[in-house]
Design a protein around this ligand. Structure first.
Ligand code: CP3
Length: 339
């Protein structure tokens, strides 16, 4: 039994005294204690060492006492496990030296045994659960197949992922086979994460908003739906798409327990588009955490009034920025806890 089950109750749509709160990318970005570890160990060492990954996961909880923890890891461990080389270059971000652009490239991509290739993640989950001591739930996550394809084809981050979209439109069969391999791997991976102990899973479609609404229905949504179908009886699923207000209706009707909203969609529109019955999560502009703490508190209180305290999980509209002062993040969490 989890002692603070606010987050799990909000996912079930139950009535609560105040909404739960956590922040996307809360583990490892802006905290001084994280920066200390970052100096000593490279990125994938931090991900692959359960002592480090679990420590980074609980760091923000110790400091702020959020209502849920999210495991420190990365969405790009999936392509890595599929035999696609992924590097994390300091001051550059993800770099994939051999991007997938042809049928020959795709042939080399495997659907791995997740126990063999991603066992370190499951070990990190078990160690984190011990450290959390059933105080709060632990969230596991994966990228959406489309968002993972973006990196596999582009080979690095991008403002528009033109090569990834280009591959979909010039070689749709190839794109769909890659998307299906990613989906199969992701389903096996998330199921094992639940077995290892995570209490909910979130799918990040960070680049879904790069697609037109019509193309989204072809290249992103069907694969997320497969993931929801496969996971929803194992654990609550949260679907988050950045820039995907046009897909909120599908998301709400998918069998997911909650839908993430970014800050470009108002609470009222999000409730309208999702039909009013499903739990929503979001949607504070991450850059708004640069406002003075008093302003942050006022805006968070207003945001809770706009979404309503029930069927609502307070969060940012995307990941926290690396340059956020610790006292501003504190103000965000405190505003919810004192609501
Ligand atoms: O709460 C958490 O931070 C948990 C861990 C987490 C990381 N990445 C750690 C990380 C999570 C949930 C992610 C998800 C992720 N990774 C997404 C989806 C969410 C989103 O923000 O849209 C995406 C698109 C990635 C890919 C990725 N990983 C990029 C683009 C970068 C470089 C830029 C950056 O800092 O985000 C990473 C590296 C990364 N992943 C870092 C961390 C803490 C920073 C690198 C470092 O610490 O050395």
């Amino acid at each position: 039994m989890i002692k603070n089950d606010l987050f799990l109750r909000a996912l079930k749509g139950e009535t609560v005294n105040r909404p739960p709160v956590w922040m996307m990318r809360q583990a490892g970005r802006y905290l001084p204690e994280f920066m200390e570890l970052r100096k000593k160990y490279d990125f994938f060492t931090r991900c692959q060492t359960p002592e480090l990954a679990s420590e980074i996961t609980v760091q923000p909880i110790r400091r702020y006492g959020m209502d849920a923890a999210i495991l420190f890891s990365d969405i790009l461990v999936i392509p890595q496990a599929m035999d696609i080389e992924v590097e994390m270059k300091p001051n550059f971000g993800p770099y994939l030296p051999n991007p997938i652009r042809t049928a020959k490239d795709l042939d080399k991509v495997i659907v791995p045994d997740v126990h063999e290739t991603l066992g370190y993640v499951f070990d990190a989950i078990k160690m984190t659960k011990e450290k959390l001591n059933d105080e709060i739930p632990l969230i596991g996550f994966a990228g959406s197949p489309w968002t993972i394809l973006c990196y596999c084809v582009e080979g690095q981050g991008s403002k528009s992922f033109d090569k990834a979209r280009g591959l979909c439109f010039t070689q749709p069969k190839l794109a769909h086979s890659l998307l299906q391999k990613i989906t199969d791997t992701t389903i096996n991976y998330l199921k094992e994460k639940v077995k290892a102990g995570v209490n909910a899973v979130q799918v990040f479609d960070s680049w879904g908003g790069m697609l037109s609404p019509v193309d989204y229905q072809e290249f992103s949504w069907p694969y997320i739906q497969q993931i929801v179908d496969a996971l929803k009886d194992e654990a609550p699923v949260i679907v988050f798409g950045k820039g995907c207000w046009f897909a909120l209706r599908e998301m709400a009707n998918s069998g997911a327990s909650a839908v993430g909203v970014d800050w470009t969609c108002s609470a009222q529109n999000a409730r309208y588009l999702t039909g009013g019955a499903i739990t929503l999560q979001g949607n504070f502009d991450p850059a708004r955490l640069l406002s003075p703490p008093e302003k942050i508190k006022d805006m968070v209180t207003q945001m809770i009034r706009d979404f309503g305290k029930d069927k609502y999980i307070v969060n940012l509209g995307h990941g926290i920025l690396p340059n956020i002062p610790v006292e501003n993040a504190q103000a965000f969490i405190e505003a919810v806890k004192s609501y």
